[in-house]
Design a protein around this ligand. Structure first.
Ligand SMILES: [Zn+2]
Length: 296
């Protein structure tokens, strides 16, 4: 992040002014803004892989973000079609969740979540909740939600209704998943938590041909895990990473929210004004919320 900076990269709002030479938008348009901005011109972008653009910059990191009454949508966003019209009837708060849902969508595409799958999500924060709902909308037969914090797990489960919850502070999650699947294991495990232990356990929960999505990154100073390479080899497992989302993912995510395929309104447990931003960050830090939105 280039400091000082206005943070906030899950952004929605209304256009109040238009820059010189900008066409296709009018004052009053309601819009959602991408967070990760690919250059659109490098080899990876041209190959259709905008999420791994090596020249990627981001709202709230290199450009002033959404925790503000007014902000500028930079030309770099417009250049890659990163400004999306919010469909009629959808609120700004709900539309702002298109950005995290876009990342979740990228993750589930790469992990090939599909019809009939048993999907395990590790981590019951807002991203974990979005994973549960998206997996359902993609036809997953069974969704299992795991967290190390029993209270947070219960709060999330009450909203997103997984088929099974596992409190990994008291239960061995690998054993529990294997028991719940008659020893077969899960088709997909997604770790939506910054936990190397969860990644290691995730691999051991997989069925043959299973996919492990390392959705959550690890701390920079402890990025190493230990895995049984023979499990990967003999069981034909796939371990897949995921880095943010593309402008196209944002459009699809906004559409999934607007059509009700992935409901998000009930995941927003707190809506605070801009002058209570620090309170909002503390609420998130204490694990009391699923999703907090700032409404300047
Ligand atoms: Zn690029």
């Amino acid at each position: 992040m280039s400091a000082p900076q206005v943070m906030g990269h899950e952004i929605a709002g209304e256009i109040t002014d238009i820059g010189d030479g900008v066409t296709g938008w009018v004052v009053g348009d309601r819009v959602q803004v991408i967070a990760a901005i690919p250059d659109g011109t490098c080899e990876d972008c041209l190959a259709g892989h905008q999420t791994i653009c090596p020249n990627q910059v981001s709202m709230g990191y290199q450009f002033a973000g959404g925790f503000a009454e007014y902000m500028i949508v930079p030309r770099e966003v417009l250049r890659v079609d990163g400004l999306n019209r919010i469909p009629e009837g959808l609120g700004f708060a709900e539309a702002s969740l298109a950005e995290p849902l876009a990342c979740v969508l990228n993750g589930q595409e790469l992990a090939r979540v599909g019809e009939g799958d048993t999907v395990v999500i590790v981590g019951s924060g807002p991203i974990g909740c979005l994973h549960v709902r998206l997996a359902r909308s993609r036809g997953a037969a069974r969704v299992i939600l795991i967290d190390i914090n029993a209270q947070r797990l219960a709060q999330a489960a009450a909203l997103v209704q997984p088929d099974l919850t596992i409190d990994s502070s008291t239960t061995d999650p690998v054993d529990a998943v294997l028991v719940a699947t008659n020893g077969r294991g899960a088709d997909v495990v997604i770790t939506a938590a910054a936990s190397g232990a969860a990644q290691e356990q995730g691999l051991r929960m997989l069925a043959r041909r299973g996919r492990l999505s390392l959705f959550g990154g690890l701390a920079k100073d402890a990025p190493f895990i230990t895995i049984d390479a023979n499990l990967v080899h003999y069981r034909e497992l796939t371990i897949v990473g995921v880095n943010g989302s593309s402008p196209a993912h944002n459009k699809q995510a906004l559409n999934l929210i607007a059509t009700g395929a992935v409901p998000v309104a009930d995941l927003i447990t707190h809506r605070l004004p801009l002058d209570r931003l620090l309170d909002a960050i503390e609420i998130v830090g204490r694990g009391e919320a699923i999703k907090v939105t700032i409404e300047p």
